[in-house]
Design a protein around this ligand. Sequence first.
Ligand SMILES: *Cc1c(COP(=O)(O)O)cnc(C)c1O
Length: 230
Amino acid sequence: MSGLSGRLQNLVTRIARAASDAGRDPVGIRLLAVSKTWPAESVREAAAAGQRAFGENYVQEGVAKVEALADLDLEWHFIGPLQSNKTRPVANSFAWVHSIDRLKIAQRLSEQRDVFLPPLQVCIQVNVSGEASKSGVSPAELPDLARAVAALPRLKLRGLMTIPEPTSDVALQRSRFAMLRQLMEQLRADGLELDTLSMGMSDDLEAAIAEGSTMVRVGTAIFGSRNYAN
Ligand SMILES: *Cc1c(COP(=O)(O)O)cnc(C)c1O
């Protein structure tokens, strides 16, 4: 067994244990393998070990990998910051976008999504850490943005995503993830059909699963430490 497939298997076990500790069925938690900075060959290796959903943060790098691996049946998720002049390749190369943080980006993605493709599945990124983090919409601005995004024809709003400030304080991790869950519950009570909480990474996925995560985004625990110089 290669290092990568062993790490992938350990991670599946870790997710199952966290689900069981939380009294949840592990079937309700998807694993998104975050392959940013890793070459297409690493993705191919993870795919051979059974992983199907991959996340990318940078437009050019992500689109190049989608094209290089077009022979495989993979599901690609865009999870990084998105500028409005780079929405077109994302609209048509990816199945999901987790990082919607303003209406203009969502409108462009909806206009640019090819009509022959299924709707682009999207999550709104929420800033649950206040001053400590810059990315994502504030909880106060979320309801209006969610209603507007849900009305766009070529997008399907699935839920919320967050990247809290890194901390080893498990109680703090849980309180941030609990806030995202409560925000989704409020939107559902207001009539939006949402089913996705994209939260939890290599260092905090147990806390995220305890608070209801349905998709954990994991890079380092699968591929190893990233080297941004590559
Ligand atoms: C890089 C990244 C991850 C993965 O983080 P790890 O700590 O390597 O598991 C998850 N989500 C987003 C948005 C990322 O940019």
